[in-house]
Each structure stands twice: as structure tokens, then as C-alpha cells.
Design a protein around this ligand. Structure first.
Ligand code: BV8
Length: 256
């Protein structure tokens, strides 16, 4: 690390120390050091010939439910096998020692922030481990069927309701679907009220999440990006720290 980078990091640590409200927006890079491929890396290997919008969309699922379910099943087992990394743990420890200061907003569909201890993480894109019905349950005169009752997936199809044949889908927000309104409102409020916003491990390619950095800056926050590579929203930040989540966040949040 150069002297300039060291000074910039120390200045950012001072901002963490002084800030009464900090918002951290995370993307797939936050979980990379836990062994979960980033979203676009998840399109490598078998999936590289597919476009994310093709697989992670309602149309894509209906067109090839078995294939898309297999992609999610593979990603789910990766999430279950992963553990929070030093970056997740540094944020959770800071939140414990400084109640009410930190808000974590994530685009990630894994549960690593929650498992680290940030139970109130705002989830913009849902939960990959959750099952939902692809279409509303048609059952009348009683509670809807529980997706947990569905017949297990086979190689030919996702889990399916034994009553009506409806398919199960993962509880994530697909491209072309609206984000959960409460989560989006909470995330925008966290951007509007932050004194400091850290944007960690996101390429800034997916909207409306990508707009939160510029929104925070307009509202007066100091915005710092933590990413080993340039992002599509670098110009929305006051500062760019070229480093990784598990490398930089413990330096910023531990010991303050
Ligand atoms: C919507 C769940 C209304 C599924 C995901 C405005 C302009 C242009 C387009 C749009 C727009 N508004 C809406 C759109 C359309 C679309 C969109 O944004 N398209 C993009 C691709 C152009 N948005 C939507 O459809 C959203 N819905 O707006 O509703 C609407 C309705 C109809 C029509 C229009 C609008 C819904 C978007 C949600 C999609 N679902 N996930 C699933 O996961 O299967 S998004 C998906 O991408 C993941 O959630 C992921 O988190 C997210 C963002 O990606 P990143 O997290 O940034 O991951 P990525 O791999 O790209 O980058 C990783 C980064 O980490 C890199 O920068 C890398 O350098 C860095 N890194 C790597 N290692 C590390 C690291 N950083 C730190 N440490 C490390 N160790």
C-alpha cells in the first residue's frame, strides 16, 4: 500500500470513528472471500453461455424451469457451505459496539450479513434460500399451500405442488421485477440520512441499487467505494479504496 493510500485509509477510518450514521451498501464482492462467486462470476463455467437476465428472470424461469432451478440449487449449496468473512464480522462487531450507527443495505441474496450478526440487514434483492410459489396458490377456503409441502425437484422440474401443479421459485428479485417496496424505502432513507456511505463489492451495474451512492452524496454523505477494481459508479464517490471487503473493512471498523 502506498503512503497516499495509507493516508486515505486513515482519513476514512477517522470518518468511521466520527460518523453518527453510517450506511454500508454491499454487493456480491462482499461475499467473494467467503467463497461465493460474484454475480457475474457466477455466470462462469456451465452458466457462462447464459445471460444473467435470461436466467435471473421470470421469463427465463418459465422458459427453462429445470435449468434455472439447477442454477439456483447449485448457488444455494454454495451459500450454505459458506461462512461470513472478516468483512462481515467487522461490520457486525461495529454494530454491536455502536448501536444505531450502522445500517447495512445489501444486494446480495446470501445470508452472510445476517449470520455474522447484522440481523436487520436491508435485503434489496431477496433471499436465495427462500422458496415461493411461481404463481399464486389457487387454493380457496383455507390457507394457501406452503411451498415447503411441494413435491421435491427432479432432474426434469423444480419442486411442484402436488395439489395444483404450480412450481416453486427462489425468493429472489428477478430482473424486470420490482424490489420489495419497504426494503427500497428503507435503503433510500439510509442513503438520505447517512453521514458516511461505504459501497463495498458492487460493480454498480444493477439498478435501482446502483443509484443509492449518488443519492447519498446528493444528501451530503461522504461516499467511499471499496473495490479492488473500478466500478460503473466510481464517479459517484468522493473516495475509491482499491482493496477487498475482508481486507479493508476490518481496518476501518475494528478498534473504533
Ligand atoms: C427494477 C437476484 C423496476 C437474482 C439480482 C435503470 C437503468 C438501466 C437498467 C435498469 C434501470 N432500472 C431498472 C433497470 C433494469 C434492471 C437492471 O438494473 N439492469 C441492468 C443489468 C442494466 N433492474 C431491474 O430489473 C430491477 N428491477 O428496477 O424494477 C422495473 C421493472 C420492469 C422494468 C424496468 C424496471 C431488479 C434488479 C434485481 C436483479 N436481481 N439478484 C439472483 O441473484 O439470482 S441482481 C444481482 O446483481 C445480484 O443481486 C447482485 O448482487 C447484483 C449486483 O451485482 P453486484 O453485486 O455488483 O455483483 P457483480 O458480480 O456485478 O460485481 C461484483 C463486484 O465485486 C465487482 O465490482 C468486483 O470488482 C467486486 N469484487 C470482487 N471481489 C471482491 C470485490 N469487492 C470487494 N472485495 C472482494 N473480495
Amino acid at each position: 500500500m502506498s503512503l497516499t493510500e495509507q493516508v486515505e485509509l486513515e482519513e476514512l477510518q477517522a470518518r468511521v470513528k466520527a460518523a453518527r450514521r453510517i450506511t454500508v451498501l454491499t454487493g456480491a464482492g462482499m461475499s467473494a472471500e467467503s467463497g461465493i462467486p460474484t454475480f457475474r462470476d457466477a455466470m462462469t463455467g456451465l452458466w457462462s453461455q447464459f445471460d444473467p437476465a435470461e436466467l435471473a428472470s421470470d421469463e427465463g424461469y418459465r422458459a427453462a424451469p429445470a435449468r434455472v432451478w439447477a442454477w439456483y440449487a447449485e448457488r444455494r449449496s454454495g451459500v450454505r457451505a459458506a461462512h461470513p468473512n472478516a468483512g462481515h464480522l467487522a461490520l457486525a462487531a461495529f454494530a454491536r459496539h455502536h448501536p444505531g450507527v450502522l445500517t447495512v443495505v445489501t444486494q446480495n441474496v446470501d445470508d452472510l450479513h445476517q449470520r455474522a450478526g447484522n440481523a436487520d440487514t436491508i435485503r434489496l434483492h431477496g433471499d436465495i434460500l427462500e422458496d415461493r410459489w411461481l404463481d399464486p396458490c389457487p387454493r380457496r377456503g383455507g390457507p394457501p399451500c406452503d411451498p415447503g409441502w411441494a413435491r421435491p425437484a427432479t432432474a426434469a422440474r423444480p419442486p411442484m405442488c402436488s395439489d395444483c401443479g404450480h412450481l416453486v421459485r427462489p425468493g429472489v428479485v428477478w430482473f424486470g421485477e420490482n424490489l420489495p417496496l419497504q426494503a427500497l424505502n428503507d435503503a433510500e432513507h439510509a442513503a438520505d440520512t447517512a453521514e458516511l456511505m461505504l459501497v463495498v463489492g458492487t460493480s454498480g451495474a444493477v439498478w435501482p441499487a446502483a443509484g443509492l451512492a449518488a443519492r447519498a452524496r446528493r444528501a451530503g454523505a461522504w461516499v467511499a467505494i471499496v473495490n479492488p477494481h473500478p466500478t460503473e459508479i466510481d464517479t459517484d464517490a468522493d473516495q475509491r479504496v482499491r482493496g477487498t471487503a475482508a481486507g479493508v473493512l476490518p481496518l476501518l471498523f475494528s478498534g473504533v
